[in-house]
Design a protein around this ligand. Structure first.
Ligand code: HEC
Ligand code: HEC
Length: 465
């Protein structure tokens, strides 16, 4: 679909969406169609004043004192002794002072038993994982289907289904797509926080503990060993596998219960509730973020509350191949044969043969993204300006982002082997552009979107200004 096609489609759906749960959806063109009842201020006017025309009541996670289990989890989360080097804890990479994301600007963190081993991927924030569904292909139906098909069966089934175009106007439609969704890590290889936590502990590039037994020994000598006996019984130290499972459960409880992992104190949260006013730039950025013909960001980074009133997490939990440029700062990339293919490997192995998913990575939440200094799974960009420049000019001026081949031509999507480059998304805006087209966003709109992203940072005073 070309631009005007999308705009027309969008207007059609906007008209059809009467009665559906749509708040604050407005952009040029839409206003013309919105019928304002006499005496009512049209949404566009309210929005132009930075106000939310349809404030909502949001349902936030309940804040309660941490359970004994979660308190134990916090101690484990902060304990560097559990690592092979004795110097790294979960919070070294997932720093509470940086939204549980990386503290610095490096693309990948250094860890390992000798503290010299570089990681392979950028450190994600651990905030807002509390609603992350388990990995599946297509919406998760396992709850109402006892004999759920295997992932490989799901992938085969999905091959014959066309994918719905992702537009910011009706992201609900794309939610039914038979595409990979859910899971944690950039490739979704773990389903739960508990399952996940032993990964970094034993990962040689992260905490590099030599074995579960070694971790168990250290826990037995820790000053919180008594907490383990109190919670799990006096025999807990006799079975190191059981001990590890309980320890990881405690770390997961900490991430679920500690309000710092899902504070919802951003200006945008206040705005959704009608308690804050966006600046002119933020309001323009919000409209561009939402406009299917411009940013179309909300097609994947969902920005509306759910039907049940849960606050938006700025991800649809789905995976996409965006063709982010190869990052020479990752030591593993010195080997030209090494590729990080996301879902199809090398760090998850069950989907190796599903080549249609090679290059796909999880859509991350954009909450607190303005505080990050490394973006995308490989940390290829370090500022939001650089991210936006690439989003808008990826296919218009590829030579500015990608390496060159022997003839001096840009190798588009150079962080994927040639045979997987067709997996890269070239249909959903803003990735549907060709050389010579108008960029999806102009310079002003890019700055506006960046201003809007700034409203997603936690810690703003509620009430706005
Ligand atoms: C040396 C840095 C480092 C340390 C230490 C570390 N992590 Fe991570 N963590 C990462 C990286 C890198 C990723 C992304 C890896 C991937 O996607 O394959 C990650 C991913 C995660 C994720 C998935 C987040 C998401 O959005 O999908 C969770 C949860 C997590 N780590 C928890 C922990 C816990 C709990 C600990 C301590 C037991 C820990 N991490 C220690 C670097 C680290
Ligand atoms: C078709 C789905 C899709 C659309 C549309 C989309 N994104 Fe993304 N976004 C992703 C995926 C997938 C990633 C992760 C890709 C990777 O790391 O390889 C991502 C990553 C990002 C990141 C990096 C976050 C981090 O923690 O590293 C930012 C910032 C971002 N997107 C902003 C935007 C903005 C702004 C727009 C609109 C101009 C937009 N996105 C449109 C899917 C999308």
């Amino acid at each position: 679909m070309n631009d005007s096609g999308i705009a027309a489609e969008w207007r059609r759906r906007l008209t059809a969406a009467a009665g559906a749960f749509v708040i604050g959806v407005l952009a040029p063109g839409a206003a013309a169609n919105a019928v304002a009842t006499p005496g009512q201020t049209p949404d566009s006017v309210v929005l132009a004043q930075g106000l939310n025309p349809h404030p909502v009541t949001l349902i936030f996670p309940r804040v309660r004192p941490l359970s004994a289990m979660a308190q134990l989890g916090r101690k484990l989360f902060q304990d560097p002794r559990l690592s092979g080097s004795g110097q790294v804890s979960c919070s070294s990479c997932h720093d509470p002072a940086h939204g549980y994301g990386p503290p610095g600007a490096v693309s990948v963190m250094i860890g390992g038993a000798d503290m010299h081993t570089a990681g392979f991927r950028a450190v994600p924030s651990l905030r807002y994982l509390y609603r992350q569904p388990a990995f599946s292909i297509g919406p998760d139906t396992s709850a109402d289907n006892e004999a759920a098909p295997s992932l490989v069966q799901q992938a085969q089934h999905a091959l014959v289904h066309d994918k719905v175009l992702k537009t910011a106007l009706s992201p609900q439609a794309a939610a039914t797509n038979l595409v990979p969704q859910g899971g944690i890590f950039w490739d979704g290889r773990a389903d739960t926080l508990q399952q996940q936590a032993s990964g970094p502990l034993l990962n040689p590039a992260e905490m590099a503990a030599s074995s579960s037994e070694a971790v168990a020994k250290k826990i037995e000598q820790a000053d919180y060993a008594g907490d383990f006996r109190a919670l799990f019984g006096p025999n807990i130290f006799e079975n190191s596998r059981m001990l590890m499972a309980e320890a990881m459960f405690a770390v997961a409880r900490y991430q679920i219960e500690e309000p710092g992992f899902h504070p919802f104190t951003s200006k945008y949260d206040a705005w959704l509730q009608g308690k804050a006013r966006l600046t002119a730039a933020e309001a323009r950025g919000y409209l561009a973020f939402d406009d299917p013909a411009r940013g179309n960001c909300a097609a994947c980074h969902l920005d509306k509350p759910t039907r049940d009133g849960l606050p938006p997490l700025f991800t649809d939990f789905q995976y996409e191949a965006l063709g982010v440029p190869r990052n020479p700062a990752i030591p593993a990339n010195r080997d030209p044969a090494y590729y990080d293919l996301g879902i199809c490997g090398p760090y998850r192995t069950d989907m190796r043969d599903q080549v249609q998913y090679c290059g796909m990575f999880l859509t991350p939440s954009l909450r607190n993204t303005a505080t990050r200094k490394s973006f995308f799974h490989n940390g290829a960009f370090h500022t939001l300006d650089a991210v936006m420049d690439w989003y808008v000019n990826r296919d218009l001026q590829p030579e500015r982002f990608y390496s060159k081949d022997a003839r001096g031509n840009a190798v588009k999507y150079d962080d994927l082997p040639a045979q997987y480059r067709p997996n890269v998304d070239t249909t959903d805006a803003p990735f549907n552009r060709h050389p010579g087209d108008q960029p999806a966003l102009d310079k002003q709109e890019i700055q506006d979107v960046i201003a809007f992203l700034g409203t997603l940072t936690d810690g703003a005073r509620s009430g706005g200004h």
